[in-house]
Design a protein around this ligand. Structure first.
Ligand SMILES: [Zn+2]
Length: 368
């Protein structure tokens, strides 16, 4: 049974350990020590060296009954800024940060829930199958830990990510594909007052491109945005350089392709209209996923949710998470609501009740 005091104490300890992206080592050391003490074997992969962080991903393994399929749990270790010196406070059943920081319940509520599950799993060895705990670095900066995870260290065939805002009981089975679209417009500099006719304005070309581009919410499954623009040197110089960067997402890959094509077309037309050159780059940030409610991993999660007395709520998200990367690597994986609200803000909070339910859910998944 979940030990509420141990759970909350561990959560307080975990959020008090600074772990901004690329600086997760202290938290890795803490979890490695705790999990080793519980009988898990511990490995840290080489992702840190690849991405420039001070540690790699932590993979902890607990052997179990080999008649049951191996599973893995995942949470990310890093938090967003302002996230240094978090001081958690419990008041009226709600946990918040005392100062001007995020709480870091995203994703440390999930980590605390998994740690509580680990305590309970080791107490009754033959009731669970083999369990991997995969704690990833640098999720917040583009899923970098998951993208560089050493999969040879993971044996789980089904994955459960505890990293969704919203109530415990929500199962995210659908998430978008995402492309990043960048363009560099090259015009010709000229004196803006003496001979502007000799210049080609890269800024005007970029502006035309953006103006004619379909952006915002395109339909219920597709969104697009230009989020960065820079260019020009001074008011009296026709600008020779302008850069724009944006993204498109869709729950359907063919819609993402269509949306991306239209953005690239608008970029090329904008350049052409002013006689500028343009280099366009399209990069896939991550693949989406769409798991049917009959998929074994979804059934597994929903039965666990029912087991703790809740009704499963199937949900889709417009955001990407490590779940996207895991699904594209072939292990069917769901993302689960952990109960925190207002993540990435200094108002972030989680109730003690939701934290307990998150731990109960992890236990129900593992000991199924
Ligand atoms: Zn998160």
């Amino acid at each position: 049974m979940v030990d509420q005091k141990r759970l909350v104490d561990n959560f307080f300890e975990i959020v008090s350990i600074d772990s901004l992206s690329f600086k997760e080592k202290k938290l890795v050391d803490y979890l490695a020590r705790k999990l080793k003490g519980l009988g898990f074997s511990i490995k840290v992969d080489g992702a840190g060296a690849i991405i420039g962080g001070n540690t790699g991903n932590l993979i902890a393994h607990l052997p179990g009954n080999s008649d049951k399929p191996p599973i893995y749990f995942n949470c990310h270790l890093d938090t967003v800024e302002p996230g240094i010196g978090v001081e958690p406070v419990l008041k009226d059943g709600i946990i918040r940060a005392a100062g001007e920081t995020v709480l870091g319940a995203d994703d440390k509520a999930g980590i605390a829930a998994i740690l509580e599950m680990a305590h309970i799993a080791v107490e009754g060895e033959d009731t669970h199958g083999p369990i991997d705990l995969v704690f990833t670095v640098a999720e917040e900066t583009g899923l970098l830990g998951a993208k560089n995870l050493d999969w040879s260290l993971v044996t789980g065939e089904y994955g459960f990510v505890l990293d969704a805002a919203g109530l415990v009981g929500e199962i995210y089975t659908v998430a978008p594909w995402q492309n990043t679209i960048s363009a560099v417009f090259r015009g010709r500099a000229a004196h803006a007052g003496v001979n502007p006719e000799l210049g080609v304005s890269a800024v005007q070309a970029a502006a035309r491109a953006i103006e004619t581009m379909p952006l915002g919410r395109r339909d219920s499954e597709t969104t697009a945005n230009i989020g960065e623009i820079k260019g020009g040197r001074a008011p009296n110089i026709v600008p020779e350089l302008a850069e724009i960067k944006g993204e498109a997402r869709s729950l359907k890959l063919n819609k993402l392709d269509r949306q991306t094509d239209r953005m690239v077309q608008a970029i090329n037309h904008g350049a052409k209209a002013f006689g500028a050159e343009v280099d366009v780059d399209v990069a896939r940030e991550y693949d989406g996923y769409n798991l049917s409610s009959k998929k074994k991993v979804v059934v597994w999660a929903s039965e666990a949710i029912k087991h703790i007395g809740l009704e499963p709520i199937y949900a889709s998200t417009g955001g990407g998470s490590d779940t996207n990367v895991f699904n594209s690597r072939g292990a069917p994986t769901v993302n689960l609501g952990v109960g925190y609200i207002d993540p990435h803000t200094t108002n972030e909070s989680i109730s003690q009740d939701q934290l307990r339910l998150a731990a109960e859910l992890a236990v129900a998944i593992a000991l199924r």
